[in-house]
Write a protein of this length. Sequence first.
Length: 313
Amino acid sequence: MAAKKSQPMLDHFIMNNCKIANELRKYRDLAGCLNLVSLSGEQRGDPRKAPDYAEYYISRELDGLDMVAANAAYTLQSVSPPQAEFQAELIARIMAGNLGWRILEKRRHELEARLQLLAETRIVILAEHDHQVEQDLYEGAFLPVTWTGGSGRVSFRFTGEAMPLYQYALHHRHLITVPFQALLDDDAVRHNNSDRLLLLRHFLLQEIMVLLNSKNRVKTQKICLLKQDREGRELGLLWRLDLLGDTPERQPKDPAALARKVQATLEQLLASWQRRGVLGPLHYQMLGPAEGWGVRLFSERGKIRTPAAADSI
């Protein structure tokens, strides 16, 4: 009988918080063209110099759940041998913060397909005008893995190559470490690990960890569930999490009712994290319909609205 594979020792989860990663998890229509990301304010101490910038190309459109899966794969890669073998169940458990979670076969097949899509996605980052990093070029498979198996269970193996976007973020010092147990709901907040809940947990935790960073000058963040720009295009978190359809057939009958439901889940998560100390010195206020539902996160220093806090999600 084959020996049972041991679970990796994990006490943290790694999130990519570089500007390119945040664009990929928040926006659409980025694939197949050269995108420019401005590193505003980073002028190397000389006001006569233009701000740094980078350009990037991504061959396929990615979404928020793709980025959560990529974060989980990088977390696993960081504690594994260079060419370690793994299966989709382990990535699902890392995403959920529960190494004992048993996922349904349907979810396993969906995640296998997602990991294969990430492996077939190519990314190129042109960083010659980004003086914060160590290389001019980062390129390769978004998730450098190979796999065996087909209609049955698929086994993946790291190739030993770096994940380009994560190497870029590492050089930028834009990788966030989250306590692994923070991903797991406590007994007072019982949910299944649906795609919606995973996205909400990861999105909210990333924003919390950014605010908890002592080097971050922004001390407040407003996360709106329903928000439109001046042209009436959706920009809120429901749209970014793909909960508002792009076509009339996929759109919810009552977006406000959906926003209230999602907001109730956000409030449960925040209350749970507050009890467990995950929020640290942060506080939160739930938003009403006039502000698009959602939540406002702030520290004591962020109670008074400042220009730096004007941006909202």
